[in-house]
Write a protein that binds this ligand. Structure first.
Ligand code: ZN
Length: 231
């Protein structure tokens, strides 16, 4: 598939027209509730969302990503791996997909139905994103839609299937060590490796700063997203 380079900018405020952005208030269909952490019950933090552009296999769809920052969930700081000999040989089943999003949630919806969630308390600072179509994929880009996977551990880990779809689509990659700057009054991210058990930094990491791969599978009635990481 073609690739689209996504460039985050801190150039302006959020508007109702933004469909691809980091932080600020999420934009969701009115009947879609804000997700909560299934492990600690706290409201998940909105990180970013992307609207897939014309020419993308998921065009007219959007994907929004939420993650629990207020509590450290040790073994789940990165997404659970399905059992099997290696991810590139594994079928990621709908049974697995319905339960593996515990301390994070990836929501998929029709872009045209989404409206800003006005009562969401912003934590990640808003950044606009510009999208440029490219004929290559560069591992230095912060985010890329489509294109080819950049494997940083050497071995390919494309799942054999997602929700029965034997041709899962590489929806998006987020570069390793990509940081999400937060607002001054946002809580610091829970992190057991600091004495105060919270990060001293004014940004959040998503999935412990791994490179993140979002895989899309077309099920019989709905779209599914499987998230894998490498570091
Ligand atoms: Zn939690």
């Amino acid at each position: 598939m073609k690739s689209w380079k996504l460039e985050p900018l801190s150039d302006r405020r959020q508007t109702k027209e933004d469909n691809t952005f980091i932080g600020g208030k999420p934009k969701l269909p009115p009947d879609m509730p804000l997700p909560r952490c299934r492990l600690c019950g706290k409201e998940l933090t909105f990180f970013f969302q992307v609207a897939f552009p014309q020419g993308h296999k998921w065009e007219k769809k959007s994907m929004a990503v939420f993650y629990c920052v207020e509590q450290w969930h040790d073994q789940y700081c990165i997404p659970e791996l399905p059992h099997g000999p290696g991810l590139n040989k594994v079928d990621v089943t709908t049974d697995f997909l319905t339960q593996y999003q515990r301390n994070f949630q990836v929501l998929v919806f029709d872009t045209e139905k989404a409206v800003p969630v006005e009562d969401y308390q912003e934590k990640v600072a808003f950044r606009s994103i510009t999208i440029t179509q490219e004929d290559k994929t560069d591992g230095r880009w912060d985010m890329v839609m489509g294109g080819r996977p950049i494997w940083i551990m050497g071995q390919p880990e494309k799942p054999a299937s997602v929700a029965g779809d034997k041709k899962p689509v590489l929806l998006l990659q987020v570069r390793e060590d990509f940081k999400f700057p937060i607002l001054p009054d946002a809580p610091k991210e829970a992190d057991p490796f600091f004495p105060a058990k919270v990060s001293p930094f004014s940004w959040y990491n998503l999935f412990a700063g791994n490179r993140i791969y979002f895989w899309g599978g077309q099920g019989q009635e709905e779209e599914w997203v499987y998230v894998s990481v490498q570091k």
